[in-house]
Design a protein around this ligand. Structure first.
Ligand SMILES: NC(=O)c1ccc[n+]([C@@H]2O[C@H](COP(=O)([O-])OP(=O)(O)OC[C@H]3O[C@@H](n4cnc5c(N)ncnc54)[C@H](OP(=O)(O)O)[C@@H]3O)[C@@H](O)[C@H]2O)c1
Length: 411
């Protein structure tokens, strides 16, 4: 019996077609894609016995096959209504591998929105946390991860003035969704970039450099000639902090990283020295390197014992800023340490500035692109992966193999 005459296949095709119609109808009413997709999956679940579909793994396989079937209905890439499709990495269950599916393109973007043909996406540690449900923001399942991407503007909504179709841009998406061939985001989260700037370099700048820049300038006010200690200094934010402090703020940087190769890289980016914290004590080594005085400022992305070592490494009236807990351990601050050396500690949640103080957020990224143009920073891309290798890309970061940025080339 052929595929076309098999009644089981015919019934399934009918169900898949209903699924597609639900998705397309909701998209047409400018329903956010993830809401439309969720609704479509709920509809799909009504086609299958409940017990199997309620289980996460079942959801993963059904949803993936539904997306696959939708694409098979039209091998040309456009539906009978002329709809286009795009590929996206999808998280359908927390803590499980991502799948690469095909989603229908939104045809007309809403006012103030920009649709981008994404080429390169930067991976951040926060994406990794989001995929296991440990990040501050928890998008509803299923979702496509990724918060920063570079590509070409496909379409702009009513009222958009700063970019136009065909422009090369870098964009952020506070609600994730960048790990896809198409991204729709707010005009305020889009920056035009020169055509001479590669998409890979552009996608490596906003989050890592924006975070480091705001931490060093706004939160701890790093001054020329001061000494800065940077932990996880070979990571995305870490290397950005090393470059910004050295080349844009004229500070002296002492890096701290896990292993001799990582330390070599940190020194090559301008640090006067780098402490290998797999073999050396941060506090003891910092004191040695500063004639017993300690550092003026510390930027910590690791937490746990490393944060405690940072506090002990500070000089009189030192300042420390916490930006993350890559170790997974959130440390407590002993208040007596603050008192004894008149220390100041602070924290930074860079992405939140997008909501709370957008001009500051916007400027943090604009400043970094200006510094790139002036030749003061050059992002370090350690490895690129195709969209199909998305799970390998995340494992590379999880296993602490990455330095600087990992970039996913989605097309
Ligand atoms: N607050 C904000 O707005 C903001 C913005 C961006 C990032 N962050 C945070 O900043 C941190 C760094 O982010 P990133 O994107 O630069 O990540 P990244 O490139 O992956 O760097 C993280 C580094 O942390 C170190 N690390 C120490 N203990 C670790 C552990 N148990 N597991 C994994 N890594 C460990 C590793 O370097 P070594 O091997 O050298 O130790 C690793 O390379 C993360 O905690 C992230 O959530 C915060």
């Amino acid at each position: 019996m052929s595929r076309d005459t098999d009644p089981t296949v015919a019934l399934h095709s009918h169900r898949v077609s209903l699924l597609a119609q639900r998705f397309l109808k909701m998209s047409a009413f400018r329903c956010p894609p993830e809401v439309a997709l969720r609704s479509a999956i709920r509809l799909a679940s009504s086609f299958h016995p409940r017990p199997a579909f309620n289980r996460g793994q079942a959801l993963l396989s059904r949803q993936t096959s539904a997306v696959g079937q939708l694409q098979m209905k039209d091998a040309s890439g456009a539906s009978s209504q002329g709809r286009r499709w795009y590929r996206a990495a999808l998280c359908t269950e927390l803590g499980k591998p991502l799948t690469v599916g095909t989603l229908p393109s939104v045809e007309k973007v809403g006012p103030g929105k920009v649709k981008i043909a994404v080429h390169s996406v930067g991976i951040n540690f926060g994406d990794l946390l989001m995929l296991v449900g440990q990040y501050q923001e928890k998008p509803p399942l299923p979702f496509s991860p990724g918060s920063e991407g570079a590509g070409v503007v496909m379409e702009v909504g009513e009222g958009v003035k700063s970019v136009k179709k065909g422009d090369h841009v870098v964009a952020l998406s506070s609600r994730a969704g960048a790990m896809a061939e198409e991204l729709i985001t707010n005009e305020g989260e889009v920056w035009p970039i020169p055509n001479s700037l590669s998409f890979n370099d552009a996608a490596a700048i906003p989050c890592s450099f924006g975070t480091a820049w705001l931490a060093l300038t706004r939160k701890v006010n790093l001054q020329p000639g001061e000494t800065l200690l940077v932990t996880a200094a070979a990571g995305g934010v870490g290397l950005a902090a090393v470059e910004l402090a050295t080349n844009a703020l004229d500070a002296k940087v002492i890096g701290a990283a896990g292993g001799p190769e990582k330390c070599d890289l940190v020194r090559s980016k301008g640090a006067v020295e780098c402490i290998d914290y797999t073999t050396e004590n941060i506090r003891d080594r910092t004191k040695e390197l500063t004639d017993g005085n300690g550092v003026n400022v510390a930027l910590d992305a690791v937490g746990g014992d490393v944060w405690k070592q940072c506090l002990k490494s500070l000089a009189w009236e030192g300042r420390a800023v916490v930006i993350g807990f890559a170790s997974g351990e959130i440390p407590k601050i002993p208040a007596n340490h603050l008192l004894l050396k008149s220390l100041t500690t602070t924290g930074l949640y860079w992405g939140r500035y997008g909501l709370m103080d957008h001009p500051v957020f916007k400027k943090s990224v604009t400043d970094c692109f200006d510094l790139y143009t002036q030749g003061k920073i050059k992002p370090h891309v350690c490895q690129t992966f195709s969209l199909e290798k998305i799970n390998e890309a995340f494992m590379y970061m999880k296993n602490r193999k990455s330095t600087g940025k990992i970039i996913v080339n989605v097309r």
